[in-house]
Design a protein around this ligand. Sequence first.
Ligand code: HEC
Length: 162
Amino acid sequence: MTTNILKQGALAALALAACMAWTSQSAWAHGDVVPQSVDTTTLPQLGPKWLDNNPYSAGPANKEALRIGSSAYNQNCARCHGLEAISGGISPDLRKLDADCMGLADMAKKQACFAEINEYYVSTTRRGRTRDGRVYMPPFEGILTQEAIWAIKTYLETRREP
Ligand code: HEC
């Protein structure tokens, strides 16, 4: 009898542990947990100086940047920022990143707005986010090339909310 109860207890504990392992895994199931480097050799190379604006937003490289960017997003960002950039609410919704710029009618103001957002986007992605010693977002400097970071931006530009 006692051993039976002990057995049951052990089984319940095992089931609980398995369940918790499953839950914590499924919470991270939207992509790999370890940051993944991305092959960007098929894109026009940008050199070591960080650009102010997305060189792949328009032009012939746009399609390839989109292909690489959507896969790089899924591998590196989706687990926190959501599949297809639709945030579950914990991390910012990146579809809204340059929403304020989109509404500007004045072209010069719109360009200035995009430049500001791009700088914010690049610096956040390179450095990540740490507050009070807690890492909210890991830094991607040294993992993602400049080409990969702009390719992800290219993908995010197609996910903007209308
Ligand atoms: C481990 C989870 C995690 C991963 C992975 C992650 N982020 Fe984040 N990101 C966050 C959190 C959380 C914040 C908000 C931080 C804060 O509140 O200070 C954030 C903020 C941002 C912001 C600022 C958004 C805003 O509206 O202020 C950008 C841009 C961003 N992330 C881009 C990315 C990109 C691009 C990737 C993939 C290359 C990525 N993040 C991967 C968790 C993550």
